[in-house]
Design a protein around this ligand. Structure first.
Ligand code: B12
Ligand code: SF4
Ligand code: SF4
Length: 382
């Protein structure tokens, strides 16, 4: 089989498996490794230590598959509807997480089928499919394989698919018929994403400080969110889509992905009932959804912040419960959120907790709340 025939056949199979975007490129040292090193040195990765720990491995895809010569880069769209507006007591979940399944599981399953196809076509070829977690600059290789350009919001964008797609890669130790890299930047003078980001997470175009990004704060961060960032998180409790929602290249993109069809209970997510879930109940409800990654403490911490950002009386019982939660992060965020309500409604709860609270961080948060230092209270402040 010639490289051209193999490439054509693999692209055809990939499209059948749902990978709408396909492109091949040679396995080379990525130029973006210098950006990655600078990004890490600037501290933009925060607690995501797995990125810096594997910096050397990013230098060449051969650290993922020895002898690799080619990459087939793949894009799988997840667009499946529009966000329902989140009302009082509700939180927003990023659209990639609306479905029942975790995208890693879905894509791995499809990649295994594609690996199988390679073995049928060329039994001697060694192949490995990866998504997200391997030391690979997926967006750069996507651009090298002609899938699109890296936009100012750092997303890989395609003129037809916008940016609502996941990336994955199939690494092979044979030569393929390569696509031309995408060399045009279609962002032009637009800067909608940079201006719309509520936490000012872009220190400059094409660079994201993850430690300010709501996606990182709600999914990756395993400690309290910095107080000054909490108001800007609005109602987001898992991920954030703002810098994509405002992008003109996403305006006309529609989709009906079978795997990522929105579960009505995730778009939006009802926050008040979360505070009644213990570890077992939380596991039973979320174990197989993408939200599991945030764990109970992360999701309840974000839920408390979202309720504090939209203080309605219906949220008070949940936050009072959160103030006595076994987890420190949940108590901290609940204390902060209660401090955003009229003091007359919450001072007894806060004072009562302060009398028994032993954790110094929570104690400090309660004091701040009692002193009214948590930002704007609602209009009927007493
Ligand atoms: C760590 C990570 C995060 C971090 C950091 C994101 C970031 N921008 O770096 C956090 C948790 C914040 C995050 C958030 C999200 N992520 Co994420 N994430 C990753 C992961 C695992 C590694 C990315 C990485 O290496 N970052 C470090 C920086 C340096 O790398 P980079 O952005 O790829 O950098 C390239 C360019 O930005 C450019 N560049 C960098 N610096 C500079 C400087 C200058 C001057 C210039 C010109 C260029 C330039 O060159 C670099 C290398 O070629 C990738 C999977 C993977 N293995 O690649 C998914 C990945 C990037 N995420 C993805 C998604 C879907 C998201 C979210 C949309 C999820 C959500 N809705 O909440 C958000 C989007 C936020 C955003 N605007 O980026 C998808 C993106 C798909 C796409 N179409 O682009 C990926 C590819 C996962 C996947 N397999 O599909 N993510
Ligand atoms: S995902 Fe949200 S918080 Fe993160 S950079 Fe984009 S707009 Fe900003
Ligand atoms: S919003 Fe504008 S600047 Fe940002 S990625 Fe889209 S086109 Fe580029």
């Amino acid at each position: 089989m010639t490289p051209a025939d193999l490439t054509a056949e693999l692209k055809r199979s990939a499209r059948e498996l749902g990978f709408v975007l396909t492109g091949a490129c040679p396995a080379v040292a990525p130029g973006g490794i210098t950006h990655l090193a600078e990004w890490l040195a600037a501290g933009h990765a925060g607690q995501m230590r797995y990125l810096g720990d594997r910096l050397a491995a990013y230098a060449h895809p051969q650290s993922i598959l020895e002898g690799v010569r080619s990459l087939l880069m793949l894009g799988l769209p997840y667009q499946a509807g529009e966000p329902a507006s989140a009302g009082a007591g509700e939180g927003r979940v990023s659209r990639y997480a609306w479905g029942s399944a975790d995208y890693h599981d879905v894509i791995h399953r499809q990649l295994r089928k594609l690996e199988q196809r390679v073995r049928q076509l060329q039994p001697s070829v060694r192949v490995r499919g990866v998504v997200d977690t391997a030391p690979l600059l997926e967006r750069e290789f996507g651009q090298r394989a002609g899938l699109g350009w890296i936009g100012k919001n750092t997303m890989l964008l395609n003129r037809h698919a916008g940016s609502w797609f996941f990336l994955a890669a199939l690494l092979l130790d044979c030569v393929l018929d390569y696509d031309a890299p995408w060399t045009t930047d279609h962002c032009g003078t637009c800067r909608a994403c940079l201006d719309a980001c509520p936490t000012a997470a872009f220190p400059q175009p094409y660079v994201l400080d993850a430690t300010r990004c709501i996606s990182y704060l709600t999914i990756e961060l395993r400690q309290a969110v910095e107080p000054q960032l909490r108001p800007a998180m609005g109602q987001w409790v898992f991920g954030c889509d703002i810098c994509q929602e405002v992008c003109p290249w996403n305006r006309r993109v529609s989709g009906d992905s079978e795997w990522f069809a929105p579960r009505p209970d995730l778009n939006p997510l009802s926050l008040v009932p979360l505070f009644a879930l213990d570890d077992d109940a939380f596991r039973a409800q979320f174990r197989h959804t993408p939200l599991w990654r945030a764990r109970r403490q992360g999701l309840l911490r974000s839920a408390a912040i979202a309720l504090g950002n939209h203080p309605v009386p219906e949220a008070l019982p949940a936050l009072r419960q959160g103030l006595h939660d076994a987890d420190v992060l949940v108590r901290t965020a609940s204390a902060w959120a209660l401090g955003r309500f009229p003091l007359a409604d919450v001072s007894a709860d806060l004072t009562q907790r302060l009398a028994v609270e032993s954790n110094p961080d929570v104690r400090e948060e309660i004091r701040q709340a009692l002193a009214g230092r948590n930002g704007k209270r609602s209009e009927n402040d007493g």
